[in-house]
Design a protein around this ligand. Structure first.
Ligand code: ATP
Ligand code: MN
Length: 443
């Protein structure tokens, strides 16, 4: 199929100073029709912005004038005409139309407002995501998310990482069976994978040396919070012959690079959201776990004994403390008790009660977990058993450690939390096109 009037420009691409008499065609949605009797303004919106179409009754064909007045909001149109400078219009120009083709008329009333004048509830917006995306502030988040992922890919590729993909349908749990979605796989039970962890480690035995994956993770957690999804996007790396310090450095440098790139490539979207982004300063502060609990205990709101996990309130206390000290939002909590980290975290040789593990935190929440891994077969098997898991289920994984597994380290960052903390978005669901949570399975 060929359209009669193919698009020549996005609305943002027309420069009235240089366009001259050339004909332009913009394609988009009817954002607004203002009929003032003698003059009619139609605002057409596309992904990149808006264009004003101006029709003066005395100067234009009666047929096109009458058609323009009757345009239904959010219908899809192609407008062909000539662009003229107009200081009061969006982007500094208006289009005097020769032809307005209605490609598809919208029904009315609309399921929700697209002008940004009326604030809709998150649930309403998610139910009608197709129309929510027609609001500039919504699109801005996803343009920025795109820049985040592009920057991640560029950064890691330049650092020598190979992009890989691991299966999402698996036979065993990564870290125990509590938070998995079971599915039917022919006549067997299988699960949706909660993390690429075991597979990216196997790739280290395969000699791929440095790998990354950007893909979905599934967590059957029942909690309903602002920062948990049941299907999230994880940015994962694994690297051979390096320790946890080296992958922490890769992580902080990646975060700084991602911020830089978003500032450089998504300035219009940031402006749209009213955000002035600052690049986090590297290196990020490293707070050992034992000091982190001291900070919490000194505040006196709750007492954490050595070996206890850090809850939301504790994370906030530590985050505020670091922010007061450094003025920075990002930091690491390092050297966690071995017992509360997964079996694959490497204990320190001289003090096996603590592990070469870390969480990378934002002031408001955890962004990433990582560690140097246990690369020794017998130690790994022992660690699996001591966490109450059955090594039989991990045979496919353990085998890779018997025939030449290098020492290695890695981490995983939640893409949505990265976008969320960067933009100060209140609810993680705002950073996913079609979020999956406890209640939501459609659209
Ligand atoms: P939390 O304790 O905050 O639930 P976690 O420690 O269970 O997170 P990890 O298994 O360490 O999460 O996963 C690594 C990263 O993946 C997290 O730091 C987070 O950024 C992201 N992530 C994990 N689970 C979720 C989820 N349910 N929703 C969104 N992002 C998630
Ligand atoms: Mn974690």
């Amino acid at each position: 199929m060929s359209l009669e009037n193919p698009r020549t420009h996005y609305t943002s691409q027309i420069d009235p100073e240089t366009i001259g008499d050339e004909k332009v065609t913009v394609c988009g949605w009817v954002h607004e029709v203002r009929d003032l009797g003698g003059i009619c303004f139609v605002v057409v919106r596309d992904r990149e912005g808006r264009a004003q179409i101006t029709l003066v009754k005395k100067k234009i064909d009666k047929e096109i004038f009458d058609a323009a007045r009757k345009l239904v909001r959010e219908s899809v149109v192609a407008v062909t005409g000539s662009a003229k400078p107009e200081g009061k219009a969006p982007n500094g120009y208006e289009i005097i139309p020769e032809e307005i083709v209605v490609l598809n008329e919208a029904e009315s009333p609309l399921p929700m407002d697209t002008t940004g004048k009326v604030d809709a509830e998150l649930d309403t917006r998610l139910d009608s995501r197709f129309i929510d995306l027609r609001r500039e502030k919504t699109t801005a988040i996803f343009k920025i998310r795109h820049e985040v992922l592009r920057a991640v890919r560029n950064f890691l590729s330049d650092e020598g990482f190979i992009e890989t993909s691991s299966p999402k349908v698996v036979a065993t749990a990564t870290e125990g069976g509590t938070s998995l979605f079971p599915i039917t796989y022919f006549d067997r039970e299988a699960f949706l994978n909660q993390s690429p962890q075991l597979f990216k480690q196997i790739l280290m035995s395969g000699g791929l040396d440095r790998v990354f994956e950007i893909g979905p993770i599934f967590r059957a957690e029942e909690h309903d919070t602002r920062r948990h999804l049941n299907e999230a996007t994880s940015i994962d790396i694994e690297a051979s012959f390096v320790d946890h310090f080296e992958v922490m450095e890769i992580l902080e440098n990646m975060i700084a690079y991602v911020y830089e790139q978003v500032i450089e490539n998504a300035s219009a979207s940031l402006e749209n959201l009213g955000i002035e982004l600052e690049v986090p300063k590297t290196p990020f502060m490293k707070v050992p776990y034992s000091e982190a609990i001291d900070i919490v205990n000194a505040k006196g709101e709750e007492m954490i004994e050595w070996g206890g996990d850090l809850g939301t309130v504790a994370e906030h206390t530590i985050g505020e403390h670091v922010f007061e000290e450094t003025g920075e939002s990002h930091y690491f909590i390092t050297d966690w008790p071995t017992e509360i980290k997964p079996f694959y975290a490497m204990p320190y040789e001289n003090d096996p009660l603590i592990s070469k593990s870390f969480d990378m935190m934002h002031r408001t929440m955890e962004l990433s977990s990582g560690a140097q891994r246990v690369h020794l077969h017998d130690m790994l098997k022992e660690r699996i058993e001591s966490q109450g898991l059955n090594p039989d289920g991990f045979e496919f994984y353990l085998r890779a450690f018997k025939y030449g597994m290098p020492p290695h380290s890695g981490w995983g960052v939640g893409c949505e939390r990265l976008v969320m903390t960067m933009l100060g978005v209140e609810n993680i669901r705002d950073t996913v096109l079609f979020p999956r949570d406890r209640r939501r399975l459609s659209p």
